[in-house]
Write a new protein. Structure first.
Length: 150
């Protein structure tokens, strides 16, 4: 997925087992953020930054949806624990991470494994990818402000 591409209509299933569709956000910009894992330090910082800036993001015309390959129960616990006001997609079949090109080989302590690259896609009111904030650009503790200030 690159700037100018149309995002897929079916985004996935959220923490409540509901299907999330792109058309549900028509007329608003969508912050679709991909993160590696619920309840890890960087992912928690990022989610809390988006939570803390949520009302400003909404005023600026954005909706926020998070995506990881964790399951619905894990997402529900993450939402409850950190009082997240937005939905999280449980991409357990990895369809969305693969469609957006954020499922890739990673390496930690010399060990290689497949995982989600922390990436945020800003999708405009017509469902077109308008901006991509890549793994090296994202500042997890300031991510909400990062989106608002660009």
């Amino acid at each position: 997925m690159k700037v100018g591409d149309k995002a897929p209509e079916i985004l996935g299933i959220n923490e409540k087992g509901e299907e999330i569709k792109l058309s549900s956000f028509a007329g608003r910009k969508l912050v679709l953020y991909f993160y590696p894992k619920d309840n890890t330090s960087g992912c928690t910082s990022e989610a809390c930054s988006l939570r803390d800036n949520y009302s400003e993001l909404r005023k600026a015309g954005y909706e926020v949806v998070g995506v990881s390959v964790d399951n619905e129960q894990s997402h529900q616990k993450f939402i409850d624990k950190h009082e997240l006001p937005f939905t999280l997609i449980a991409d357990t079949d990895k369809k969305l991470v693969e469609a957006f090109g954020v499922w890739a080989e990673k390496s930690m302590y010399g060990r290689k494994y497949m995982g989600t690259l922390r990436t945020t896609f800003i999708i405009n009111e017509e469902g077109i990818v308008e901006r991509i904030i890549g793994p090296k650009e994202i500042k997890t503790k300031e991510h909400g402000k990062q989106i608002l200030n660009n």
